[in-house]
Design a protein around this ligand. Structure first.
Ligand SMILES: *Cc1c(COP(=O)(O)O)cnc(C)c1O
Length: 431
């Protein structure tokens, strides 16, 4: 497979863009080699600048649950653009999208839109601190809440991929109130509450972690967090930027039957355009300015193009049978890979929730960051490149979830499984 033009494009980019990319994980540091430069995409297919086609399992890192360039989304964005791209004044489409969010997400009565997931978690934390008058926040090692200072402690996603869980330039006082516990370790959270309970504003958690690979909660973990927060009058923040509208219409909170106090959303909510949101009961959300005293603002917040793309995406997701189809696709992908890994004697841990999938090359179950880090990242890098050469675009890191969409039909999934079989045969032959 010739990728000469991507190589040239990367050289050009590196001259004017740090590292050649505008978001760290895109640089392929976790797997080596040159990033694929995209020319266009449609459905589940990504086409690079050398005209190579790939079945895409990154899907813009989650937003594209209805597929690339879905006609309804394209039409909505085109239509909105003809009426102006931004006004900085309220529009009716913001209420229409907020009404859909309220209809779909169990804990949401009101929604405040912003422009990214990281903004949403920042505003959610400010809201929790403003409401409680406390400053401490508990996060979990390996969870990622955006590229924002208070959460860049033991963070997942690209921060983890480059082996730098923390960042230079984050002053100690920005994270002084951030306490870190191992995911799935309720006793550790209880200990933090017993030590600092009256100072803790919130616990923030990815209910299903998608940013250290896919790691699921043990039975009782999320319910335990709910109970601890209630006991100590702290707020429970579910960061559903990834899981929202992905694992069920109402996200992980619907699937698990747990009511968080505050929910952060993004990704699918913007249908591929920049969006974030904070959602929750009116009694909490009304603390935001102008009615309350927790300040929030954004020049492009509730942007009409992004609202239109989100509205079109959520409307597609409300069609009957959609989530059953996504669940079936996730299951077909995971079972197919399991069979191939098994046939080649490759130790692996795989799981899925709906169309969110994950596999680790690891001997032991992965339940937290420590066990995730035991995965064989060298084997992942070889598998990644062998798959890329066979027309499958997986996440360029062991520590990311994979995403299917309504456009991933059986034929695409089966081609992927066949490619995995060939890839592993090539890898084991080369050893
Ligand atoms: C992607 C993600 C974010 C950050 O969203 P951005 O739009 O990249 O700022 C926050 N939390 C979770 C759980 C995410 O997956």
């Amino acid at each position: 497979m010739n990728r000469g033009r991507s190589v040239d494009a990367f050289e050009r980019a590196k001259r004017v863009i740090p590292g050649g990319v505008n978001s760290t994980v895109r640089a392929f540091k976790g797997v080596g080699g040159t990033p694929v430069f995209v020319a266009h995409a449609s459905g589940c297919t990504l086409v690079d600048v050398d005209a190579n086609a790939y079945v895409d399992y990154v899907m813009s890192w989650g937003p594209l649950i209805v597929g690339h360039a879905h006609p309804a989304v394209v039409e909505a964005v085109r239509d909105a653009a003809t009426r102006g791209t931004s006004y900085g004044a309220p529009t009716e489409v913001e209420s229409a999208l907020a009404e859909l969010v309220v209809a779909m997400v169990p804990s949401a009565e009101k929604v405040r839109f912003c422009s990214s997931g990281g903004e949403a978690t920042t505003f959610a934390l400010r809201l929790a601190r403003g409401i409680t008058g406390r400053s401490g926040v508990v996060k979990f090692a390996g969870c990622y809440h955006g590229s924002v200072d208070p959460f860049l402690v033991s963070a997942g996603s690209s921060a983890l991929t480059i082996g730098l869980p923390d960042s230079a330039g984050v002053p100690a006082n920005a994270t002084a109130d951030t306490l870190v516990a191992p995911y799935n370790d309720l006793a550790a959270v209880r200990a933090l509450f017993e030590a600092r309970g009256r100072d803790l504003a919130a616990v923030i958690v990815e209910p299903y972690v998608g940013n250290m690979g896919l790691v699921l909660p043990r039975p009782g973990f999320l319910a335990g967090l709910r109970a601890l927060c209630s006991e100590f009058a702290a707020l429970l923040i579910f960061d559903e930027v990834m899981t929202g509208f992905r694992v069920a219409p109402g996200g992980a909170q619907e699937r698990e039957g747990i009511r968080p106090d505050i929910t952060t959303l993004g990704k699918i909510l913007g249908g591929g355009l920049p969006v974030g949101a904070v959602a929750g009961p009116a009694a909490l959300l009304d603390h935001f300015t102008p009615d309350g005293d927790v300040f929030q603002a954004g020049t492009l917040s509730g942007n009409p193009l992004a609202m239109a793309a989100g509205l079109a995406t959520l409307t597609e997701l409300r069609r009957p049978g959609v989530y059953e189809r996504l669940e079936t696709a996730g299951s077909r992908f995971t079972q197919g890979l399991d069979a191939v890994f098994g046939a080649h004697g490759v130790a692996h841990q795989s799981t899925f929730r709906g169309s969110m999938v994950g596999f680790f090359f690891a001997d032991e179950p992965v339940t937290d960051l420590v066990s995730a880090k035991r995965a064989d990242t060298r084997l992942y890098a070889r598998f990644f490149h062998a798959m890329l050469d066979r027309g499958v675009y997986l996440a360029p890191s062991q520590f990311e979830a994979g995403f299917l969409s309504l456009a991933h039909d059986d034929a695409a999934i089966d081609r992927t499984i066949a490619a995995a079989d060939e890839a592993l045969a090539a890898i084991t032959a080369a050893v």
